[in-house]
Design a protein around this ligand. Structure first.
Ligand SMILES: Cc1cc2nc3c(=O)[nH]c(=O)nc-3n(C[C@H](O)[C@H](O)[C@H](O)COP(=O)(O)OP(=O)(O)OC[C@H]3O[C@@H](n4cnc5c(N)ncnc54)[C@H](O)[C@@H]3O)c2cc1C
Ligand code: FES
Length: 522
């Protein structure tokens, strides 16, 4: 065998554990080597989603699971298996010679499936958020050569909405620097038309989308991924002209900009609703040294999702950082307060809280008012089948979709989380091309408070047993939530590799005992 001069020795094969990973540098390029038997694969070492060090992820089921948000890649090809990464890993030429692993720092050309024939179909995607972006990427990745039209009312989409409650209100990231979900030239390079417009009607029967005075778009298949609209407070006095501008909702970049401007002028924030967004904002506003009070019904935060013990952990974490948490209370009314211009909020027990502004974190309503010819549920969500189909030619994904979860429990659910929205989108995009789903979707989300990321794998509405490994008090643990001896969900902090293994293992029924072995693995 001749030696290619651009290949350089990166490691000895014996330096790599079988089924192990090692990060190396070749000509200054970080490369991940993965060994499987005598074969070695070489990929970009940083995750294409948000740059996580992939060598800290998990290898299982022939896949590499990113430590940070569980983007998943095929080990043999680098192909994308699960979001929130939307692109495959960059591959580098690699071979083993005389026990040396030789790598080229020039990447292999990227491969997209070649379209088989000219395609005259139009696929429309309404909503360029988490799911809309994932659908565009998945359609082109799967070789769709027809017309794709992506419509959103927001400018410069798609972007990472999840940072709006974390690094933006804390002041670490200016709103204009919120990262895009795909490279800037992606849409032009992949011939995807992007339209900034409000969709006023989607007529499912006529397969037509109306966007104000512009010509309607006629589609062969459409995906609706319009997300949620934050619910307004039903607080007496909250609609008054001198109060309404001081109540902040948070869904998009404009909301975040307004929140940051308001926070810059205030000293005391009142967060109504101990939701994920509400408590993340509480954490971020404490980082910028504001006084923060949280008022919410319930005993402890996230009790429904995590149980009372972990709920108390979140409460202690927030209180330890100076957040005043008042659980078991509803806000009833708001009125202008003292001469200094503070607001006075009255609670259901008659107590009052004085604050400069309010952040409402009380949930969202699915944004589906523009749908015509589609049955909607009472909460305005739409039902989809296993391929995310609503009706002929129409698919739905993300926060608006009520879908049949198959693993770890069978249940019709609506889940408002980033990775799930993008999983939906990939399933829908494939279904638009006639490709059925291969595996059950396992839900996952992350949430960030005071520098700590908490991860949740699975879906537990009920559970009869909680087993811990590690120590919650030091924020290094996994809690396994089980029902009838089977794992239904896991909550982890600082155990990213193990949660990566669990998210793959949960595609099949998993006993609590086997889940504990994974949770306790090195
Ligand atoms: C501040 C914040 C932080 C979050 N953090 C996390 C997190 O840490 N982890 C996590 O798992 N999840 C998080 N989530 C939840 C996650 O962002 C959502 O579940 C996800 O964005 C849903 O994706 P989607 O595609 O359904 O909707 P979206 O991402 O909301 O996208 C919908 C798009 O549709 C557009 N649109 C709506 N109606 C119309 C119309 N009529 N015409 C044109 N365009 C329209 C909107 O402008 C929007 O761009 C967070 C949510 C928020 C708001
Ligand atoms: S950084 Fe890898 S999935 Fe987010």
């Amino acid at each position: 065998m001749t030696t290619n001069t651009t290949m350089q020795k990166a490691a000895r094969l014996s330096d790599l554990a079988d089924n192990g990973m090692k990060r190396i540098e070749a000509n200054g390029t970080p490369i991940l080597l993965i060994r499987r038997g005598n074969a070695v694969h070489a990929y970009s070492a940083d995750c294409p989603h948000a740059g996580a060090p992939l060598e800290q992820g998990a290898l299982c089921n022939g896949r590499l699971v990113c430590p940070w948000h569980k983007g998943t890649f095929d080990i043999a090809t680098g192909a994308l298996v699960e979001p929130p990464a939307l692109l495959p890993l960059t591959r580098y030429p690699v071979r083993v010679e005389h026990g040396d692993v030789l790598v080229d720092s020039m990447p292999e050309p990227s491969k997209t499936s070649a379209p088989t024939a000219a395609d005259t179909r139009t696929f429309a995607i309404v909503g360029a958020g988490a799911a809309g972006a994932a659908a565009c990427a998945a359609l082109r990745e799967a070789g769709f050569a027809g017309r794709i039209v992506l419509i959103d009312r927001e400018p410069r989409t798609p972007y990472d909405r999840t940072v709006l409650s974390k690094f933006v209100p804390s002041g670490e990231m200016p709103v204009d620097e919120v990262p895009p979900l795909l490279p800037d030239d992606f849409f032009a390079t992949h011939a995807i038309e992007t339209i900034q417009a409000d969709v006023t009607t989607l007529d499912a029967g006529a397969r037509r989308i109306d966007i104000g005075s512009a010509p309607s778009i006629h589609y062969d298949a459409a995906l609706v991924a319009t997300g949620g609209i934050p619910k307004r407070l039903t607080l007496q006095g909250s609609e008054a002209d001198n109060i309404k501008p001081r109540i902040r909702l948070l869904r998009n970049r404009d909301d975040a900009r307004r929140l940051v401007d308001t926070a810059a002028q205030g000293e005391h924030a009142l967060v109504l609703g101990a939701s994920f967004v509400g408590l993340e904002v509480a954490s971020a506003l404490r980082e910028r040294k504001l006084r923060v009070t949280v008022v919410s019904p319930g005993n402890v935060p996230f009790e429904k999702q995590f149980g009372p013990e972990l709920g108390r952990l979140f409460m202690r974490l927030h209180e330890a950082h100076g957040v005043k948490v008042r659980m078991g209370r509803h806000a009833r009314a708001v009125a202008p307060g003292d001469a200094n211009g503070a607001l006075r909020v009255t609670l259901d027990n008659g107590d009052t809280v004085s604050c400069d502004f309010i952040v409402a974190g009380v949930g969202v309503t699915p944004a589906t008012d523009f749908l015509d010819g589609v049955t909607r549920n009472d909460d305005k969500s739409v039902n989809v089948d296993a391929s995310m189909r609503v009706t002929n030619g129409l698919y739905a994904a993300g926060d608006i979709a009520r879908f049949e979860l198959q693993a770890p429990v069978s249940e019709r659910v609506r889940i408002e989380h980033w990775r799930v929205a993008q999983q939906h989108a990939r399933i829908a995009a494939h279904a638009m091309l006639g490709i059925p789903p291969k595996e059950p979707l396992v839900p996952y989300f992350w949430t960030y408070h005071f520098g700590k990321t908490f991860e949740y794998v699975g879906h537990a509405k009920h559970w009869d047993e909680t087993k811990f490994t590690g120590t919650p008090d030091t924020f290094e643990f996994i809690a396994l939530l089980g029902e009838k001896g089977k794992l239904v969900a896991a909550v982890g902090c600082n155990r990213e590799k193990q949660t990566g293994m669990l998210v793959e293992a949960l595609r099949k029924p998993l006993s609590l005992a086997d889940a504990m072995k994974i949770a306790e693995s090195a």
